[in-house]
Write a protein that binds this ligand. Structure first.
Ligand code: ACO
Ligand code: HSE
Length: 350
């Protein structure tokens, strides 16, 4: 994929009323936009993902895959607040010439989408063939489809929700409590709260997987064991692994953004907001997802007008949306082949 950076050199007002003096988004593209601009696939990434969608969603995006650079123009941008080239807490605040660190403002899913939309306009993109996202990425895609009902012809939402749940917020808060308990978190340095982040990711894994996943992958063979269990080293390993590619500030910022997600805010409620979506929509749930349970995807499907709902079976829980490539590809293929689809190509003009 081809990596580029979009810089918005004006003040950017956040939902909170706070101002970012400017921001940048790192994004990656593959393939070429066709003559009538009808082949654009825009992917939105999850919490710790990045713009390289052909890497983390390699079963769906790539040569000979359902979304491929021969047929499509594929684009994915790293979200505002993250740490893969877009403006986030470790970026230098142009007003102080120092990293933002703890002074980085709170951002919401709407702020993320407003930033993505400025990138879209800058690229002269007025219609999207398919807007797709999972988890936090699905929250962005839904928000974008509500904000601009005629932008995307197709909308694919995987393992996501219309409003973040008390259960999801509780998981996120518990992870932030772990970060806050790290004495270094109060400091102003790149790796502040890093041990807290290890604990946070370890806690998060329990919501991304489930009892059966651990039974299947982390059962010890040695029945005589009383210590050093596989499940323990797995939790340690996953926590430490994240610290090699993420920081506690972005983790905090993005988990707070996830908590903020509510399509119905200032729109007369969730049902009214979901009814605004005009895209052909496919909502996909993973049957064992305990973090974004299928009741949340069914709720979305109940109120969006042109919608199909698909549930995939997986032992992976929430992370199923990142690993069950064959099942996802099959479901998406069936969605595109649905009969009686009217041709709906929108053009918003830019
Ligand atoms: C620069 C980058 O890395 S970009 C990455 C972009 N990130 C994303 O896209 C975020 C989304 N991705 C994810 O959340 C994850 O990668 C997933 C869900 C897709 C897959 O999770 P994984 O951690 O790769 O899979 P899984 O849970 O099976 O764990 C496998 C790892 O745990 C290790 N492991 C498994 N069991 C144990 C154990 N008992 N003790 C210690 N380590 C263990 C494996 O050796 C393997 O290590 P590796 O990742 O270094 O190869
Ligand atoms: N494994 C995913 C979980 C959030 O959906 C991630 O790290 O982004």
């Amino acid at each position: 994929m081809h990596t580029q950076v979009f810089t918005y050199q004006q003040e950017f007002e956040l939902e909170s009323g706070e101002i970012l003096p400017e921001f940048q988004l790192e994004y990656q593209t593959a393939g070429k936009i066709n003559e009538d601009g009808s082949n654009i696939i825009w992917a939105c990434h999850a919490l710790t993902g990045n713009a390289d969608v052909m890497d983390w969603w390699s079963g769906l995006f790539g040569d000979n895959k359902i979304f491929n650079p021969d047929e499509h123009f594929i684009i994915c941008a790293n979200v505002l607040g993250s740490c893969y080239g877009s403006t986030g807490p470790l970026s230098v605040n142009p007003r102080t010439n120092k990293p933002y660190y703890h002074s980085f403002p709170s951002i919401t899913i709407r702020d993320m989408v407003n930033a993505l939309d400025l990138l879209r306009v800058d690229l002269g993109i007025s219609k999207i063939h398919t807007l797709i996202g999972g988890s936090l990425g699905g929250q962005q895609a839904l928000e974008w489809a509500v904000k601009h009902p005629t932008l995307a012809e197709n909308l694919i939402i995987v393992a996501s929700n219309a409003k973040h749940s008390p259960w999801g917020i509780a998981f996120n808060e518990t992870q932030r409590i772990a970060i806050n308990a790290d004495p270094t978190w109060k400091e102003e340095r790149d790796d502040a709260g890093i041990n807290g982040l290890i604990a946070a990711r370890s806690i998060a894994m329990l919501s991304y997987r489930n009892y059966e996943t651990y039974e299947t992958t982390q059962m010890d063979d040695d029945e005589d064991k009383v210590n050093n269990f596989r499940a323990s080293s797995y939790q340690q390993y996953q926590g430490e692994k994240l610290t090699k590619r993420f920081n506690a500030y972005s983790y905090w910022t993005l988990s707070k953004a996830m908590d903020s997600h509510n399509l119905g805010r200032n729109r007369g409620g969730l049902k009214e907001a979901l009814k605004l979506i005009k895209s052909y929509t496919q909502v996909i749930g993973v049957n064992t997802d305990v973090l974004f349970p299928v009741s949340e995807q069914r709720f979305i499907a109940r109120y969006v007008e042109n919608v199909t709902y698909e549930e995939i079976n997986s032992t992976y829980g929430h992370d199923g949306f990142l690993v069950e490539f064959n099942k996802l590809a099959k479901a998406i293929d069936a969605f595109f082949k649905q009969k009686n689809r009217k041709k709906l190509i929108y053009d918003t003009g830019c």
